[in-house]
Design a protein around this ligand. Structure first.
Ligand code: HEM
Ligand code: CA
Length: 270
């Protein structure tokens, strides 16, 4: 009865093939699943997390979601080919496939998310974190989402992959030297490099003094300035297996916020 009504094995390999043709899609799919969930308020129980509500106005027009039309459009052909999967499940499955493809943990997938019918359920603008702000803001946002400090740090470790785009966020550049790989290098870079203000970008962002090719947001830097966060940055920098395990659990929790009666999909054979 847990068997989903779509061919999950074939869908997984289709998503994987798409990512291998266009490596930049991998991180963007992870960000799509995160922002879809990030509208949640665990106290008010609103914001329609994990419902693909971001397909609709006003949510698709929130500044924080700039650029996410790219992964949303990239997934449309799969929704046509596998009409039985909800958009909400498709977005989450695609993020899991991307993480695994990039070398991160394989996260056990559960299905049964229900799509929002229209934009009436969208959360208000301003619920996603602002990269220009620091620990008080980061803690406020992740507490509202229902995460503790350890889970927060693990989740932000996703900045091990992908990059900022001037045209989407006003920030620019990748966090690590391998933006298509997924491991604990966000944490090792954060601790090992000397971070200085990048004078070439209008918004405040940091660059590594050694190569000037890497970037950190003020919100990323706050993870080493705040002692309660820093403890976990050090833990994950020293232990990639622990990062994978904790990231996997926290990302699964994030992508199941607000859902009910999900069913475990059959385990993937490798
Ligand atoms: C990209 C901010 C947490 C995953 C970005 C970008 C910003 C940002 C400004 C650049 C967007 C662009 O210009 O394209 C933040 C802030 C966070 C946060 C302020 C929390 C304090 C997270 C979390 C995840 C995540 C929890 C996932 C678990 C990503 C990924 C990208 C990204 C994968 C790269 C996207 C791409 O390459 O297209 N984030 N983020 N972020 N974020 Fe975050
Ligand atoms: Ca949502």
């Amino acid at each position: 009865a847990n068997e989903p009504p779509f061919d999950i094995k074939s869908l997984r390999s289709d998503i994987e093939a798409m990512i291998s043709d266009n490596l930049d899609l991998g991180p963007s799919l992870v960000r799509l699943a995160w922002h879809e969930a990030g509208s949640y308020d665990c106290f008010k129980k609103d914001g329609a997390p994990n419902s693909a509500s971001m397909r609709f106005k006003p949510e698709c027009q929130y500044e924080g979601n700039n650029g996410l039309e790219v992964p949303r459009r990239a997934l449309e052909p799969f929704k046509k080919k596998y009409p039985q999967i909800s958009y909400a499940d498709l977005w989450v499955l695609a993020a899991y496939v991307a993480i695994e493809y990039m070398g991160g943990p394989s996260i056990p997938f559960s299905w049964g998310r229900v799509d929002a019918k229209d934009g009436s359920v969208c959360g208000p603008d301003g619920r996603l974190p602002d990269g220009g702000k620091t620990q008080d803001h980061v803690r406020e946002v992740f507490t509202r989402l229902g995460f503790n400090d350890q889970e927060t740090v693990a989740l932000i470790g996703a900045h091990t992959c992908g990059e900022c785009h001037l045209k989407y966020s006003g920030f620019d550049g990748p966090w690590t030297h391998d933006k298509n790989g997924f491991d604990n290098s966000f944490f090792t870079q954060l601790l090992s490099e000397e971070w200085v203000v990048n004078p070439k970008i209008q918004k405040m962002q940091l660059m590594d003094r050694a190569t000037t090719k890497l970037m950190m947001l003020p919100s990323d830097m706050s993870l080493i300035l705040d002692p309660k966060y820093r403890k976990y940055v050090e833990l994950y920098a020293n232990d990639n297996d622990r990062f994978n395990k904790d990231f996997s659990a926290a990302f699964k929790k994030l992508t199941e916020l607000g859902t009910k009666n999900l069913r475990k999909a059959p385990a993937v054979e490798c």
